[in-house]
Design a protein around this ligand. Structure first.
Ligand SMILES: [Zn+2]
Length: 132
């Protein structure tokens, strides 16, 4: 009976909430990062080598996460478009083109960079290992 439950858990399809929770892309159970708090700067980039549930290797080859820089770029551009849209609705289009928007958006990007860092690595990992 226990073996049957383990097999069923192993085959669960990961969901979007598993992605945002930093879970394994194959089983949706094991945690990818050592610390669940991305603002813990000392452990921000620390990742488990394998999924503790399905044993998926999280760093399959040297330099695997170089591609995550493209994801980081896409995430920061999408975030900046989002904040620009909010600024345009709140303060008007011409005011959104001001230096104030650039400064506020830049500060937000720096403050949220640990979150973007993790999402870029997670999205890169999920692109390659998401069960179809
Ligand atoms: Zn797993």
């Amino acid at each position: 009976m226990i073996q049957h439950e383990q097999v069923t858990n192993h085959l669960m399809t990961p969901t979007a909430s598993d992605f945002f929770a930093g879970k394994c892309p194959r089983c949706g159970q094991g945690k990818v990062f050592v610390s669940s708090n991305p603002f813990n700067i000392r452990k921000m980039a620390a990742m488990h080598e394998h999924c503790d549930h399905c044993n998926l290797e999280f760093s399959p080859e040297t330099g695997f996460y170089w591609g995550a820089t493209y994801m980081s770029y896409a995430i920061t551009v999408a975030f900046s478009c989002f904040t620009f849209a909010i600024s345009t609705v709140a303060f008007g289009f011409m005011n959104s083109l001001s230096l104030n928007y650039v400064l506020v958006n830049g500060i937000l990007l720096v403050l949220l960079s640990p979150v973007f860092f993790r999402f870029s690595r997670l999205s890169w990992l999920w692109i390659f290992y998401k069960r179809g």
